[in-house]
Design a protein around this ligand. Structure first.
Ligand SMILES: [Mg+2]
Length: 167
């Protein structure tokens, strides 16, 4: 049997090797793995393939899979009814306060497990607010980065913590 390489750069480089007698059969195996939810890909990050990936629209990123998981969690518990934009905004703020609580009495000493959990809560509610408002989290952060890069040009802002209108 020959081996066909599928090289994927997702968040880190990954190579999937499929053993098959023909390239077509290797592709079939990949398709099956994908349909079973065992492959998590971002089509835009695919490169250098021996095998042409079928139906790129079907490939999901890790973020898509995470959002689906959060969505299912809420649907299973019938909690969507509570997740209005204002309630989710309150929840982001509450969880952000819990994150800050981790550093309440000491700036330097903190429990990384507590910080990690509270940070996860903040991010989770941010993702949920994006879903409710039909916003793509990666898109909105990139859009805002485009604006912020213009507001804070490197020549003016480097090494300074001053607001853009005072630069
Ligand atoms: Mg919390």
């Amino acid at each position: 049997m020959d081996k066909y390489k599928i090289e994927i750069t997702e968040y880190m480089q990954r190579i999937i090797e499929e053993e098959a007698s023909t390239q077509e059969k290797a592709l079939d195996k990949v398709k099956k793995e994908y349909d079973n939810g065992n492959i998590c890909l971002d089509y835009n990050d695919l490169k250098g393939l021996d095998i042409e990936i079928y139906n790129p629209d079907k490939f999901k990123s890790k973020l898509d899979i995470l959002l689906e998981r959060i969505d299912k969690f809420n649907k299973d518990r019938d909690w969507d009814q509570f997740h209005t934009p204002v309630n989710l905004s309150k929840s982001i703020s509450i969880e952000a306060a819990e994150l800050l609580e981790c550093f309440q009495w000491d700036n330097d000493k903190y429990n990384i497990e507590d910080v990690t959990e509270e940070l996860a809560d903040v991010l989770n509610y941010c993702m949920q607010l994006c879903s409710v408002l039909h916003l793509d989290p990666i898109q909105i952060i990139n859009d805002k980065m485009n604006k912020t890069e213009k507001k804070y040009p490197i020549e003016k802002a480097k090494g300074k913590s001053i607001k853009y209108d005072k630069l």
